[in-house]
Design a protein around this ligand. Structure first.
Ligand SMILES: [Cu+2]
Length: 347
């Protein structure tokens, strides 16, 4: 709402200022050429420029402070705090010169408006100035890029040993999620094994895959590193977990990954934002086709003990699709029955 108000307000103001300018200009034309030889609207333009400066600069900062609570929600991941800090540093680096330069530019346009008998000094070049305004921004941007590269290389580097590994598969138009079962190891996958049921291409010749399970929502443990291995089955999708400051494309044929550590459980975040119905979510942020809007998935951050409980309550993919038992090498069938819990009654 406030964004809409800001845009409407700015358009309205530009309209008013432009109308005033047009009216004054028409009046000048009607009056005919001035006797002094000075363009008659010269002073008007200079004053209008000053008014423009103060109205818009004031409007800008008013809008900035009013909208700033909506800029970024509290970061729900550890690295998110670093990226937020970078974001605010970049905003500062942009806004301080933005304000100073605008003050200077509009003041200069006003102060040095045309006056009879005043002549501009010819000042075409100054090496020292050129050096300053090339080197200083160069150093500032290099520092920003180095800080950003540092954060980026951390979150895309190898995750800690104890990280929870989760596979995410984007396809038109939903997400598939695969967790390791009780053994904590995700089984291998191979795209050549993908079929309408086996959407991940789970390789059942790998005993680690027997107890893997797929889920309709994502659960994450608080305070524990989580590695997302990201795949796509058809077109480019993009994993977007805004509260965790996580965005990584899901590219067909080119697995990507991202690791992060959730900081607040869903219950804690509900208290922080003061909304008992708050939920984390994962969205697709690549316009991937007609059903793109449907690629939303609920994300729940649990206390580690609750997370383990949730994992234990899930049913292995193999148990849900027992017809795949026949594809398992015979010497592994018995192990597959045990690990997937195929013979056990559902809980
Ligand atoms: Cu998508």
């Amino acid at each position: 709402m406030i964004i809409l108000m800001g845009i409407v307000g700015a358009v309205f103001l530009v309209g008013i200022l432009y109308s005033i300018f047009r009216v004054l200009r028409l009046l000048n034309i009607l009056k005919g050429p001035a006797k002094t030889g000075l363009p008659t609207d010269n002073n008007t333009s200079a004053w209008l420029l000053l008014i423009f400066l103060f109205v818009f600069l004031f409007g800008f900062w008013w809008y900035f402070f009013n909208a700033s609570p909506d800029l970024l929600p509290v970061s729900a991941s550890v690295h998110g705090e670093h990226t937020d800090r970078l974001f605010y540093i970049a905003i500062g680096v942009i806004l301080v010169p933005f304000t100073l330069l605008n003050l200077l530019l509009f003041y200069a346009a006003f102060r040095f408006r045309y006056k009879k008998g005043t002549f501009a000094r010819f000042y075409p070049h100054n090496n020292k100035l050129e050096m300053i305004w090339t080197i200083v921004p160069g150093l500032v941007f290099t520092a920003l890029i180095l800080m950003g590269t540092n954060v980026w290389s951390n979150i895309t580097a190898e995750p800690p040993e104890d990280a929870e590994v989760i596979n995410i598969m984007g396809y038109q138009f939903a997400w598939g999620v695969r967790y390791p079962g009780a053994d904590g190891q995700l089984g291998k996958r191979d795209y050549r094994l993908i079929d309408p049921t086996n959407e991940f291409g789970i390789d059942l010749s790998d005993p680690n895959s027997f107890d893997d399970f797929t889920a309709l929502e994502i659960h994450l443990p608080k305070g524990k590193p989580v590695l997302l291995n990201i795949f796509a089955k058809d077109v480019i999708h993009s994993v977007f977990l805004p509260h965790f400051r996580l965005k990584m494309d899901a590219v067909p044929g080119m697995p990507t990954h991202f690791w992060f550590t959730p900081k607040y459980t869903t219950a804690e975040m509900r208290e922080i934002v003061g909304d008992p119905s708050f939920n984390y979510e994962m969205a697709c942020t690549e316009i991937c086709g007609r059903g793109h809007f449907a690629m939303r998935m609920l994300v729940v951050v649990d206390e580690p003990a609750d997370y383990e409980k949730w994992k234990a309550s899930q049913t292995a993919w193999l148990k849900m699709n027992p017809e795949y038992l026949s594809k398992i090498p015979t010497d592994l069938t018995e192990l597959a029955r045990i690990k997937s819990g195929i013979d056990q009654q559902p809980l």
